[in-house]
Structures are given as structure tokens and as C-alpha cells.
Design a binder for this molecule. Structure first.
Ligand code: ADP
Ligand code: MG
Length: 361
């Protein structure tokens, strides 16, 4: 391993890499309040997984984050990071090992981008050369030109650029856990979609354990390996993969929260490669519209709706046709799946559209 030019440099961290996070019967009652902000929250986030905490305003999402990094004291329960209670750690030391990204603010206005990103390495006393190399690497990793952006002050950046710097700063000391509290909440929709895509690409490289807060269910479905849906009083309504939540909302609250269009949303989570397609038939393939097997079922539906009853040819990476899809065949798959999901033993459903207990690859 090279010394200073890797995305995962050896650090003085207590953790070699991403760490599992476990909340056990966590509760928080703020002084002077009658109702707890969090009542009894238990959940485990696997090492390298993205858990999205989603719920209406006031459901305790920010409180949960601050309990994890000990910015507010626990009232009850336990929080374990890498199997070790956060209460056993010195709070300041703990916080250096947990990347924290929040909406808008958080950057030091009188420091340059480079100085901002170097905050934790400086606190940890890294040699100057190593810090400089790490800052360059992180700015590049988060899609910023180090030479152009490094010397700027936060006021000289767009909102999207500031959020990228916030993410770079949080990643600086290679933390085993990242807490992201509505990080893209103040960004316009187009930039927000870009930041989400970039973050997913970045996460595929750095594989941190991430707790990501949002009140936007679409963002949760896109970003989460698992989604924890909280309701008022910090009560966990459901904790499952996006597919499971859309297929089988635990109760009326979750069903309302995910929206009446959950059937359509589900179609965006399954790719054509996962479906049992019709066997390719020479004549039908000629002139048929083609779609990659990596495309979503939702995209295929959209194409089929304007295809005048013609089948769609599904192609693999080499461009070979792997199967055909028609509107009526797709309807059959969806109906079978819906029957399966409504049954007593959904796991028995063979359909690729069915939710599984797995969080995927
Ligand atoms: P969310 O991030 O989901 O919007 P919060 O965790 O900020 O929710 O707040 C959860 C509940 O705790 C709310 O009812 C809020 O008013 C209350 N709360 C948050 N911070 C404090 C505080 N420092 N003192 C008292 N009550 C608080
Ligand atoms: Mg909040």
C-alpha cells in the first residue's frame, strides 16, 4: 500500500475500517420535556451499509445522530460502534472518528477549502505532507478541482460545492462511521440528484458505515441499503430494505409515508435482468425497441406504454438480446408478484419483483 496517496490511508483510528453500529433500546428524554424524543430505538447497521433514517419533522432523527456521536447524552440504552460502547470513549476522540455532515452550515467561513478539509488531520497531528496529499485526494474524490477550489473560502462556492467540501471534510481521517443529517436538504433538485449519484459512487469506493437522515422518502429509497422509518416520539415503525418497505409497509403510517405511488416506486428498484423474460423470437426482435438489462422495470413500462403493443428487446452489455418483454407479460409478472406479496409466506414467491430479506450485493 502506498503511504499518502490512497483513499484508505492507515490512520490512528481505533477502527481499521467501516464498523458496525448497534443501537440497543436507546431512549432520550430532553430535560424539561414530558415526552421522550426517542422512546426505545433498537437497530443495527452492518459495516459498510447505508442506513437511511426517515420520518416527519420532530420524529427524533437529529437526536439519534447526536446520541451516536455523544453531542447529547443518552437517557437509556446502549450504542455500540464496532462492538464497543460509545460511552467508553472520550467524546472528543470519538467525534474525530465519526464523520458528521450537516445541512448548509458547518464549514468554517474564515478558512479556505483546504484548511476546512484538513481540520481533523490537523487535530490528529498528521505530518503536513500527508495532510496535503489527503486533502487533494478527497477534493478530487468528491468531484472538486483541488487547485481551483482549495484556496477558495466557503462564500466563494455554490451550495453544491459547499456540500462536497462538507463530505470531503467528514471523510478526512477515514472514519469508520459517517453521520449525514439532511446533507442535501437545501440544494435544488438537479444538483441534489447529482450529489446523490456522486455520493453513491463515492460510497461504492470507500464503503463507510453511513447513517443518512432525510425527510424525503424518494431520497431514502435511492440512497439506503436499509431504511428506518421513524414516527413521532422516535418510535421505529419499520426497518427494512427499500424493496421490502415498498412491497409490505408494516402499517398504515408507513403506507401513507411511502405514498400511494409505491407500486410505481417499486418498479424502479428492479432491473430487467432480474425478470423472467419471454424467449427471443427472431421476427419480434427485428425492429423492436431495445433496452439494457440494467434498465429498471419502471423505464421498461414507460417505453412499453408508447410501443403500440410491440415487444421490447432486452439486451446485455454486449448488445445480444436476452429476452422479450410485452406489456401483457409485464402485467402478468406484476400481478403474480402482488398475489405473492399479499400471501402468508411472501418469501415463497419466486418473482424477481418480490421483496427479499437480503440487502442485495
Ligand atoms: P427531527 O430531526 O426528526 O426533526 P429532532 O431530533 O430534532 O427531530 O427532535 C425530536 C424532538 O425532540 C422534537 O420534539 C424536538 O422539539 C425535541 N428536541 C430536540 N432538541 C431538543 C432540545 N435540545 N431540548 C428539548 N427538546 C428538544
Ligand atoms: Mg433534524
Amino acid at each position: 500500500m502506498t503511504r499518502y496517496d490512497t483513499a484508505q490511508p492507515e490512520g490512528q483510528s481505533a477502527y481499521a475500517e467501516a464498523a458496525e453500529l448497534e443501537l440497543r433500546h436507546v431512549s432520550k428524554l430532553y430535560p424539561g420535556q414530558r415526552e421522550p424524543a426517542i422512546a426505545d430505538l433498537s437497530l443495527t447497521v452492518g459495516a459498510g451499509e447505508v442506513c437511511v433514517l426517515v420520518g416527519p419533522s420532530g420524529s427524533g432523527k437529529t437526536t439519534a445522530m447526536r446520541l451516536i456521536n455523544r453531542m447529547v447524552p443518552l437517557s437509556g440504552g446502549e450504542i455500540l460502534l464496532g462492538g464497543r460502547s460509545v460511552l467508553d470513549r472520550e467524546p472528543r476522540e470519538l467525534r474525530r472518528e465519526i464523520g458528521y455532515v450537516i445541512q448548509q452550515i458547518g464549514l468554517f467561513p474564515h478558512q479556505t477549502v483546504t484548511e476546512n478539509v484538513a481540520t481533523v488531520p490537523r487535530l490528529l497531528g498528521w505530518p503536513k505532507e500527508r495532510t496535503r496529499a489527503r486533502v487533494r485526494e478527497l477534493l478530487t474524490l468528491t468531484g472538486l478541482d483541488a487547485d481551483e477550489m482549495g484556496p477558495r473560502y466557503p462564500a466563494q462556492l455554490s451550495g453544491g460545492q459547499r456540500q462536497r467540501v462538507g463530505v470531503a471534510r467528514a471523510l478526512a481521517a477515514d472514519p469508520p462511521l459517517m453521520l449525514m443529517d439532511e446533507p442535501f436538504g437545501a440544494i435544488d433538485p438537479i444538483n441534489r440528484a447529482n450529489l446523490q449519484d456522486e455520493f453513491l459512487a463515492l460510497q461504492a469506493k470507500v464503503r463507510k458505515t453511513v447513517v443518512f437522515v432525510t425527510h424525503d422518502i424518494d431520497e431514502a429509497i435511492k440512497m439506503g441499503d436499509r431504511i428506518a422509518i421513524l414516527r413521532e416520539g422516535g418510535v421505529l415503525a419499520q426497518y427494512a430494505t427499500p424493496k421490502e418497505i415498498l412491497a409490505r409497509p408494516a402499517d398504515e403510517f408507513v403506507a401513507q409515508f411511502v405514498g400511494a405511488d409505491r407500486g410505481i416506486k417499486r418498479l424502479s428498484l428492479t432491473t430487467l435482468g432480474e425478470l423472467e423474460l419471454l424467449a427471443p423470437d427472431g421476427r419480434a426482435v427485428d425492429g423492436a425497441r431495445r433496452l439494457s438489462e440494467r434498465a429498471s422495470v419502471k423505464d421498461a413500462l414507460s417505453v412499453l406504454l408508447t410501443a403500440h403493443g410491440e415487444p421490447l428487446a432486452v439486451v446485455d452489455a454486449e448488445g445480444s438480446v436476452t429476452g422479450l418483454l410485452t406489456l401483457s407479460h409485464l402485467e402478468r409478472l406484476i400481478t403474480e408478484e402482488a398475489d405473492g406479496a399479499a400471501g402468508e409466506e411472501p418469501a415463497a414467491s419466486a418473482s424477481a419483483l418480490a421483496a427479499t430479506g437480503e440487502s442485495g450485493p
